[in-house]
Design a binder for this molecule. Structure first.
Ligand SMILES: [Zn+2]
Length: 441
């Protein structure tokens, strides 16, 4: 077996797999997977899912016209039996309402609903003491749709199709092993396309899916699946995923922090295109972004970056993952490094005294990598780093531009994160053990 499919719900009574109910989700949360699961929408299921046969309750009178206690409407449910007709259903539900019967048996919608009467389905009626109906619900079709016959306050009967929201969100877990291609594996695992694409996005900064993928690489993913009346309609959020690439495990989990959901690595670092605010470990801004009198040219000139004062030789770090686009000398910039990042974002580091050894154009750089040293080359009056952020070629203020900020969880937040994610990571570990057992056999 190269591919496993596991639903978390397999831990629960098997009936949940075929008929999700409101408490199915409670069960999932009960597994204490992680905090975000609790945010899943509460599924709604109509009364037709409840196989009750008896009179269940007395409703308060919905219309304040009758004071007779005998006229309190009551709710009845019964299961359709083989051979039932509108007449037999009405009789068994103690409905005495010729007008309602006529509407059901003579209108096209009513007749079509009656043709779909199936033994085992549940009919619900709200009936007055005198036998007249307030409502009558008859399931039709395969997906829980209902025909509803209702009497309004004015006494008029209407017939309509009940299209109540019936979506349920469940949490599913799937695993796969790469044999030929990633998408062949995600297809084999019956992973929805949205989830497969999300995997590529989530691991794209760490794994180059064109060149790094190897046969035997594997993935585990936990995501939400939205069902409408038992049929899957779309995928929701990916809650956690693991990709084992060339023996190395990469894990991401969705975690909520200060009202914001973000993906984090297993050790609590925020994921994706995160930028450090400053390329220097310790620094202070000596000149901000925007218009100023240039110290050498002595005339007004736009300052396209931010200057950080620091001694010559101070290490300069890449503020985000990227590729070296330029490393050399450029007029006023002096020794300059330009890094190209994803999303048409680039960063520039100027007036450097030197470059990290071996730095060359096209080289892949990780966030935090040492790329060069502070200096005062080019048009500069003293040692400092001139730092620029360009989006689509346009210089932006590095201190205020909306960039994804790298933020590693610390202290209590890290503790909470560990507590929330431990069961997930354990689950991944179990799955990996199972996969290895399966492959050994
Ligand atoms: Zn500057």
């Amino acid at each position: 077996m190269q591919t496993r499919k596991t639903r978390i719900l397999a831990d629960l009574p098997t009936q949940l797999l075929t008929r999700p109910r409101a408490w199915a989700l409670t069960g999932v949360v009960g597994l204490s997977l992680m905090g975000v699961v609790a945010a899943v929408a509460v599924p709604q299921q109509g009364p037709s899912q409840v196989p009750t046969v008896a009179v269940i309750e007395t409703l308060p009178p919905p219309v304040a016209v009758s004071s007779a206690a005998t006229d309190l409407p009551f709710v009845s449910e019964l299961r359709v039996q083989g051979g039932d007709t509108a007449q037999t259903l009405f009789r068994r539900l103690r409905i005495d309402d010729p007008q309602a019967l006529a509407m059901l048996t003579e209108s096209p919608d009513g007749r079509q609903a009656l043709r779909q009467l199936r033994a085992g389905r549940t009919v619900t009626a709200v009936v007055h003491g005198d036998g007249s109906i307030l409502s009558f619900r008859l399931p039709v079709g395969q997906d829980g749709e209902r025909i509803v016959l209702e009497r309004g306050n004015d006494g008029r009967l209407t017939l309509r199709t009940d299209r109540e929201a019936t979506t349920t969100t469940l949490v599913e877990m799937r695993s796969g092993v790469i044999r030929s291609s990633l998408y062949a594996a995600t297809d084999a695992a019956e992973l929805p396309d949205e989830v497969a694409n999300k995997l590529v996005e989530l691991f794209g900064t760490e794994i180059d899916f064109h060149t790094d993928l190897r046969k035997g690489d594997r993935f585990n993913v936990i995501y939400e699946a939205v069902y409408d009346r038992g049929a899957p309609v779309r995928a929701g959020r990916v809650l956690a995923a693991e990709f084992v690439n060339q023996g190395e495990s990469h894990v991401v989990v969705l975690h909520q922090r200060a009202d914001k959901e973000q993906y984090y690595t297993a050790d609590g670092r925020s994921l994706g295109q995160a930028f450090l605010r400053s390329p220097l470990e310790f620094s202070r801004v000596t000149s901000g972004f925007g218009g100023r009198i240039h110290p050498i040219l002595n005339r007004a000139r736009d300052h396209k970056g931010v200057d950080f004062g620091a001694p010559t030789g101070t290490p300069v770090k890449a503020t985000s993952d990227g590729v070296v686009e330029f490393a050399g000398t450029q007029r006023g910039y002096g020794n300059l490094i330009v890094l190209q990042h994803r999303g048409k974002i680039s960063t520039a580091y100027a007036h450097l005294s030197g470059f990290a050894s071996g730095l060359r154009q096209g080289q892949a750089i990780s966030q935090g990598d040492l790329i060069g040293y502070v200096g005062t080359t080019g048009m500069s009056t003293g040692p400092h780093l001139h730092y620029e952020v360009r989006i689509d070629g346009e210089a932006q203020d590095p201190m205020s531009v909306e960039l994804p900020i790298a933020n590693a969880l610390e202290g209590r937040e890290l503790q909470a994160f560990r507590r929330d994610t431990a069961p997930l990571l354990h689950r991944f570990a179990l799955l990996n053990r199972d996969t290895q057992l399966a492959r050994a056999n």
